[in-house]
Design a protein around this ligand. Structure first.
Ligand code: AMP
Length: 216
């Protein structure tokens, strides 16, 4: 199965993709995580991406394309959930071509719907473990007490100013992909509000009705 998980920053893409990895045996491919890792290791890609990520802008399409395509190839082109890719029409077109070249297809695009006020609240309360990348919400999912609190930090791009930029970039560049995938009959809207398990069970029921079980 090949899925895309789609939605504004703070919609819960990473969290739900993590659960799909655990419970559906898919591999989560997060271009955001790959880019943050590259930044941490100061690789050429990391150095190129840094200023874009920190200001809330998108990293250039060609850079992200290579990261995503290599990661999909590493998983033998199957059993993946793409988290944060594609994010522009250009990326979506490249992905369609890439899939066709390898004679495969996306099964569904799960679009997490969350109103702006909830997003701003979630991102302002989001914290991340500096080393493991595990994310928390200060009120609903706080870091466990045995975790060293010095390692719990706020992502640079979760600062209010940057969140505003990310939301407007999302509306301009990424939201049009809803139409792109709706036209291809792949878009499945999921209510992204409520607790993590509630949202996950909506995803699961959507997948049950959408994605046929593998042939015996
Ligand atoms: P995320 O963790 O998915 O919110 O991604 C964090 C940041 O990484 C984004 O704000 C972008 O700067 C960059 N990024 C991640 N995925 C992409 C993508 N598909 N295209 C362009 N930039 C991306």
């Amino acid at each position: 199965m090949r899925l895309i998980i789609f939605g504004p920053p703070g919609a819960g893409k990473g969290t739900q993709a993590g659960l799909l990895e655990e419970r559906q045996d898919l591999v989560q491919i997060s271009t955001g995580d790959i880019i943050r890792e590259a930044m941490k290791n100061e690789t050429p890609v990391g150095k190129e991406a840094k200023s874009y990520v920190e200001s809330g802008e998108l990293v250039p399409d060609e850079v992200v394309r290579k990261l995503a395509e290599n990661a999909i190839a590493d998983e033998d082109y199957d059993d993946v959930v793409l988290d944060g890719y594609p994010r522009t029409t250009q990326q979506a077109e490249w992905l369609t071509t890439f899939m066709e070249e390898h004679d495969i297809a996306i099964d569904a695009v799960l679009s997490l719907e969350v109103p702006d006020d909830v997003i701003v609240e979630r991102l302002s309360r989001r914290r991340v473990h500096e080393e493991t990348g595990e994310t928390y919400h200060l009120d609903h999912d706080p870091p466990p007490e045995d975790v060293d609190s010095d390692l719990i930090v706020q992502r640079e791009d979760d600062q209010p100013e940057t969140v505003r930029t990310r939301l407007s970039v999302y509306r301009e560049e990424t939201q049009p992909l809803e139409d792109y995938y709706a036209e291809r009959d792949l878009l499945v809207s999921i209510d992204g509000q409520g607790d993590i398990d509630e949202v996950y069970s909506r995803i699961e029921s959507a997948l049950d009705t959408r994605v046929a079980p593998p042939e015996a």
